[in-house]
Write a protein that binds this ligand. Structure first.
Ligand code: NDP
Length: 266
């Protein structure tokens, strides 16, 4: 019998930990005929490849940079969350040929927010796709105040107009700080030189959620941890969004602890 296939589409995608995480989960729940693989697909081929995947035995795919917006438009059905955010990270292929687009980044972020966010305040750094998911999740979790700072201020203003919140020019204290920027990831740059706050100012936040993950730990999560601030790192968000996608693809509850161990094994 040929394998039932899942995968992650991105460009580039070689660095992705999703195959490790999902194959460990498939094995743990004894879905022995299922395989999860990398799908390196450049933007120009995205629509064509997605259309061909169900015929090649695929039940679903995760979608990452730079395809999350294209993923929304290629599906006949979109979840309320994906439509509100304007981006999808999960495509599920139905038996009748239909495609459902969903966004599991947002509920994954909502799941890790501390209880203090209900009626509390948050500062989101960034205004890209993951920042939109973060703002959506903050409102869902009952935040009373959401501020958004971005290097390109006009994008923060546009995000707030679409999803609510106010654009910030500086980093005021808040109950939760969510980093959704790629600051510090390239060319050995100092992350804080590109942000509106220094490492010591992280202590002005009750909890720091850093969506970024990097070998050896991402700079903002590391700095917050060193200063005794409660931290949720990008690998935990990756595992949580993957677990929600896994359950949607397979109909089986995801083994969260197995996925967590696989994510941190390398
Ligand atoms: P986008 O490309 O949509 O947005 C990138 C954001 O980062 C923009 O706000 C951009 O600002 C900002 N940015 C980029 N470079 C710098 C810099 N040098 N200094 C300051 N700001 C910068 O990406 P996403 O929102 O999809 O992803 C953002 C990060 O979150 C990525 O590192 C991604 O890997 C991670 N992520 C992790 C997930 C997980 O599961 N852990 C899920 C989703 C994302 P500007 O508008 O000015 O260009």
């Amino acid at each position: 019998m040929s394998a039932i296939r899942l995968g992650v589409i991105g460009w580039p995608i070689a660095h992705s930990r999703s195959p490790d995480i999902h194959n460990a989960a498939l094995s743990a729940v004894r879905l022995r005929d299922w395989r999860y693989q990398l799908l390196p697909v450049p933007p120009a081929l995205f629509g064509e490849v997605v259309a061909a995947l169900p015929g090649a035995g695929f039940r679903g795919v995760n979608v990452t940079i730079p395809h999350k917006e294209a993923a929304l438009t290629c599906a006949a059905q979109t979840s309320e969350t994906a439509s509100a955010i304007g981006a999808a990270n999960t495509l599920t292929f139905l038996q009748d040929g239909g495609i459902i687009a969903d966004n599991t980044d947002a509920p994954a972020i909502a799941a890790v927010l501390p209880p203090t966010i209900a009626g509390g305040s948050a500062l989101v750094l960034g205004a890209g796709g993951s920042a939109r998911a973060a703002v959506w999740s903050l409102w869902k979790a009952g935040a009373a105040e959401v501020r958004v700072w971005n290097r390109t201020a006009a994008r923060a203003e546009a995000l707030c107009e679409a999803l609510g919140g106010s654009a910030a020019r500086q980093a005021d204290p808040a109950d939760v700080l969510i980093n959704c920027t790629a600051a510090g990831l390239g060319n050995g740059e100092d992350a804080f030189s590109q942000l509106p706050l220094g490492a010591d100012e992280l202590t002005r936040y009750g909890c720091v959620v850093d969506l970024v993950y990097a070998p050896g730990g991402a700079p903002i999560a590391r700095a917050a941890d060193q200063r005794g601030v409660a931290v949720v790192d990008g690998l935990e968000i990756l595992v949580r969004q993957g677990a929600l996608s896994f359950a949607g693809f397979t109909g089986v509850q995801a083994p969260l602890e197995v996925m967590r161990s696989a994510a941190r094994a390398r």
